[in-house]
Design a protein around this ligand. Structure first.
Ligand code: GAP
Length: 451
């Protein structure tokens, strides 16, 4: 096997995320819930910034995409129409000896499951793996007080269907003309057989999806357009271009709805390597046609100038908010030595505009008017961006603590500051310190954030 291009930082990252309040295991005091995670104070800020950037790029900055926030619970027929009840399945095998479960296509399984020579990848026993059976990934629950089959509803496995069933509502309310898109951010749920790798594959996650409705025949042109747009967006998050690539789906990989599909993949390092963070799909008229059939309601677009009706084709962009958050964390994590110092440092070199804390503000010592001046500066800056005020411990340790959570700038109020009104700004990446007037800090950092 080829050597990984980037190191595996996952274990270190999981530990940092817990220690510093980015991400905690769900229900940890009860022993945790399988592959569900909670975002702590810094994690919720980071993920929110990623979602805001997506919303700004996809909805606010464009006049051809509208926003939507559809409900998680939908009419159960939606999932019959979409193909998820019959088709959203993974082949599952059980080991009768160790009771572990695997996807039947797990590359670690030797032999064909269900035959005597098949070997369990966990306990190593031969002949104990069951034949593959299909397992639906949708979570089921009940609507209303009586648990009978008439009230079964599903937790949505993708947000897209909420957009399709609202296609005409949005189009008529906004008077958009094809081509146009509808975008939404929301939770999705999948009872994954093999979740894992921290927040990479979980059972509850957030998607940022956009469905672009186009005239049939123009779909591949739009497909290429959206591929390029989405790759550019990932690069704009500061993800290293060498860690990003496209993967084209072969025929056998295509989802039941897709005519063509490309994944944007990110190299997570170690043996995980390149993995999907976003899918760009040409879904043709599959979804709207299915919903027309199952609901009995027309979902056609009226092309007024040409006086004709048609069911638009859909180009979908679907990106995981959690997976992108993980990519940003992995991409930013580094350990390095510092010239002239014995101890190295851990840095979360994330894009400055994504950092949960924009600036740390510190008085050098807790006396001589420094805390008062620093607190005043922190309060002023806080109205522009998130600030962390810290007056305890050695200044070097305070810097290191901010490096570790990705804070791009630390501002220190020292003895000179009290006399002449200047402070130092330390840059997380270059470690350069510059002295500027305290009154200029806010505008300076705002300018750097925007650039
Ligand atoms: N509507 C199309 C759709 O859902 P997908 O390729 O199944 O397509 C899109 O999912 C994105 O959602 C993935 O690229 C990934 O970022 C995210 N995603 C899917 N399953 C996930 C899971 N179990 N945990 C975390 N993110 C997931």
């Amino acid at each position: 096997m080829a050597e990984p291009t980037f190191p595996d930082v996952m274990d270190k990252l999981v530990s940092l995320c817990k220690r510093r309040g980015f991400i905690f295991q769900s229900s940890e005091i009860y022993g945790g819930t399988g592959s569900v995670w909670d975002y702590g104070p810094l994690g919720v800020e980071l993920k929110k910034r990623i979602k805001d950037r997506w919303w700004n790029a996809m909805v606010r900055a464009r006049d051809d995409i509208e926003g939507l926030d559809a409900a998680i619970l939908m009419h159960p027929r939606v999932w019959e129409a979409s193909g998820h009840v019959s088709g959203f399945v993974d082949p599952l095998v059980d080991c009768k000896n160790c009771k572990k479960r695997f996807r039947a296509d797990d590359p670690r399984i030797k032999g064909t499951p269900g035959t005597p020579d098949a070997q369990c990848p966990s306990c190593g026993m031969k002949g104990t793996l069951s034949a593959a059976r299909q397992f639906n990934l949708m979570f089921k629950t009940f609507m209303g007080p009586v648990e009978d089959t008439a009230s079964v509803v599903y937790l949505r496995p993708e947000t897209a269907q909420g957009i399709y069933v609202n296609f005409l509502n949005v189009q008529q309310a906004t008077r958009q003309k094809v081509p146009f898109g509808i975008a939404q951010i929301g939770k999705a749920f999948r009872n994954e057989i093999t979740p894992g790798n921290f927040i990479f594959r979980t059972r509850e996650f957030e998607q940022m999806e956009m469905q672009f409705f186009v005239e049939p025949g123009t779909d591949m042109t739009w497909f290429e357009y959206w591929k390029a747009q989405r790759m550019e967006w990932h690069q704009s998050l500061g993800l290293a271009p060498a860690r990003l690539q496209f993967h084209q789906h072969e025929k056998h990989e295509l989802a039941h709805y897709a005519r063509a599909a490309f994944d944007v993949q990110f190299d997570f390092g170690g043996t995980l390597g390149f993995q999907e963070i976003e899918g760009v799909h040409n879904r043709g008229d599959f979804d709207l046609t299915q919903h027309q059939q199952f609901s009995g309601k027309k979902l056609e677009y009226f092309d007024q100038p040409n006086n004709r009706r048609f069911v638009p084709y859909v180009v979908e962009t679907s990106v995981g908010a959690d997976r992108t958050t993980l990519a940003v964390l992995v991409n930013g994590y580094r350990e390095e030595s510092v010239a002239g110092e014995d101890e190295g440092r851990t840095v979360l070199g994330i894009h400055r505009a994504l950092a949960p804390i924009t600036a740390g503000v510190f008085p050098l010592v807790k006396k001589d008017g420094m805390p008062e001046m620093a607190e005043k500066l922190a309060a002023d800056l806080r109205s522009a961006f998130p600030v962390f005020y810290d007056e305890s411990g050695a200044i070097g340790r305070r810097y290191r603590r901010q490096d570790e959570v990705g804070t791009p700038w630390c501002i220190t109020v020292d003895g000179d500051s009290v006399k002449d009104g200047t402070v130092t700004i330390r840059d997380r990446d270059t470690l350069q310190q510059e002295r500027v007037a305290a009154t200029a800090v806010r505008a300076l950092l705002q300018e750097r954030l925007g650039s």
